[in-house]
Write a protein that binds this ligand. Sequence first.
Ligand SMILES: [Zn+2]
Length: 175
Amino acid sequence: MFPCRSTIYSSIKAWTVHEQNRMWQELSGCRQAKYFLPGFDLVRARCALRLSRKDLRILIGIFTGHADVNRHLCIMGASQDSICPLCQEDENTSLHFIAQCNALVLLRKQILGDYTISLYTLSDIHWFLLLKFAKACKRFYRPSGLLGLCTGPMWPQRSVAAYVVTPFAGKCKVR
Ligand SMILES: [Zn+2]
């Protein structure tokens, strides 16, 4: 007997999800993002699509590490120092900021529920709470008008008034 149409559709959908997860896990890059998003998650995808552009940028910065954190700025050649400006104990990555920075333990406990977070439980944290934590720290914010790459030491040393954007060779500099 031939399977009904709905059975065929659900089989194709299950195979698609399985393949997406397999390809995601076999992908050699995206190390940080895999801690936050280990596999296909339609509920979270819909949640992300409802976010404002500003919040989505913050969330993507947290996931990818492509944000105004010193480690990323060093890779881009925009900073000489990759160390966390708050605790001075480790490289300033989004993983360090969300899960491990000792300067943020009280705020982390208050918002995320523990003083430090295991990297392997990051995917259990609701994205709303990640955003709340990032916003409470005023981290990952970028003053309006700042269009691209910033040079020099970033947060917390600079005030918003310190940012002046000058387009240069497709990038923007802060002077
Ligand atoms: Zn730190």
